[in-house]
Ligand binder design. Structure first.
Ligand SMILES: [Zn+2]
Ligand SMILES: [Zn+2]
Length: 313
């Protein structure tokens, strides 16, 4: 079935993340530098004793854990489920990056279906109901379907209305996502690259839902969810703060310290630095506050030594 290769790939990614494990001598703990999942929180959530020095984690373990993450007893159960159940598992795996995500979904459904469960028991939570709910909850499903509606139900927005729909991708509204108003994107459906601003915005005249779609709509059925961002994305808000803290930890620096960028020869507070997603590997890198004018990175930002008799400690 079409979903199984995806599950296998995720298990491999989970294993790759595990393999970044190292012993932090200072903190006396095992840590990770994962790329795909917050592996440490996930192992803790499912009670894996990864703080033991001889803790082993194989591809089989990773597959087992992938199954557990989406609510199955084991891998064998997961790959022998129905097509709808697998579609749900795939949908969720796209969104589960950490233990918090898993917990969030569990809390969300038990809250959303509390009355129905009390009245009819757990069987109301069949895969079809959950998949519909998940699509609605994460706000993708209904909208995504718009591209497949007959053309006489669809209108293409222009001018201010189009602008409004696209502005949800500006820095302010989309602090964590990688798509921005000024992104240059590649549509994985029609394999064409274009400025994100050239995308079309279509509206379903019945439901009034709008969707940002490929510039080649209706020939191409791609939506913004199928776009790969080709330009570096500067992060804002919480996502940025988190990355700056991560960078500071990696270099054992005080995130509040003054730094000197040896590239542009400027001094500023480390907190003013930029966090940028590199489109080539999807990783986040810390750059000089004057990025993209200055190409200095974390290594070029030298901490400025504050002498002992200064007021701050
Ligand atoms: Zn396209
Ligand atoms: Zn600089």
């Amino acid at each position: 079935m079409e979903y199984i290769p995806y599950f296998k790939r995720q298990a491999k990614n989970l294993l790759k993340d595990f393999e970044t494990r190292y012993y932090n001598e200072d903190e006396k703990v095992y840590e990770y530098t994962p790329k795909f999942f917050d592996i440490s929180s996930i192992l803790m959530y499912f009670d894996y004793p990864d703080d033991k020095p001889d803790f082993k984690f194989t591809l089989m373990n990773a597959q087992h854990l992938i199954a557990k993450m989406v609510g199955y007893e084991n891998w064998d159960c997961l790959i022998h489920t129905t097509e709808t159940e697998q579609a749900l598992a795939e949908f969720l795996l796209h969104r589960f990056k950490s233990a918090e995500d898993i917990q969030y979904w569990e809390d969300t459904i038990s809250f959303a279906f509390a009355d129905a469960i009390r009245e009819h028991g757990m069987e109301v939570l069949n895969a079809e109901t959950l998949l519909d709910y998940a699509r609605w909850h994460y706000e993708l499903g209904d909208r995504k379907e718009i591209v497949h509606l007959p053309m006489d139900r669809i209108s293409v927005l222009t001018g201010k209305l189009k602008q409004e729909a696209l502005s949800q991708f500006d820095d302010e509204h989309n602090p964590a996502g990688s798509l921005r108003l000024d992104s240059y994107v590649f549509c994985t459906h029609c394999k064409k690259a274009f400025d994100f601003k050239q995308s079309k915005v279509i509206k379903d005249s019945e439901s009034n839902l709008t969707m940002v779609v490929c510039k080649n709509h209706p020939k191409c059925k791609g939506t913004y969810l199928d776009f790969k961002v080709l330009t570096p994305t500067v992060l804002y808000g919480e996502a940025r703060t988190m990355e700056l803290e991560k960078g500071a930890r990696m270099f054992s620096r005080d995130p509040n310290s003054q730094v000197h960028c040896i590239h542009c020869d400027q001094q500023y507070n480390y907190n003013e630095a930029k966090a940028v997603i590199d489109p080539d590997d999807g990783e986040v890198y810390i750059h000089c506050k004057n990025y993209p004018k200055c190409d200095g990175d974390l290594l070029d930002m030298m901490p400025i030594k504050i002498t002992d008799n200064s007021t701050e400690k």
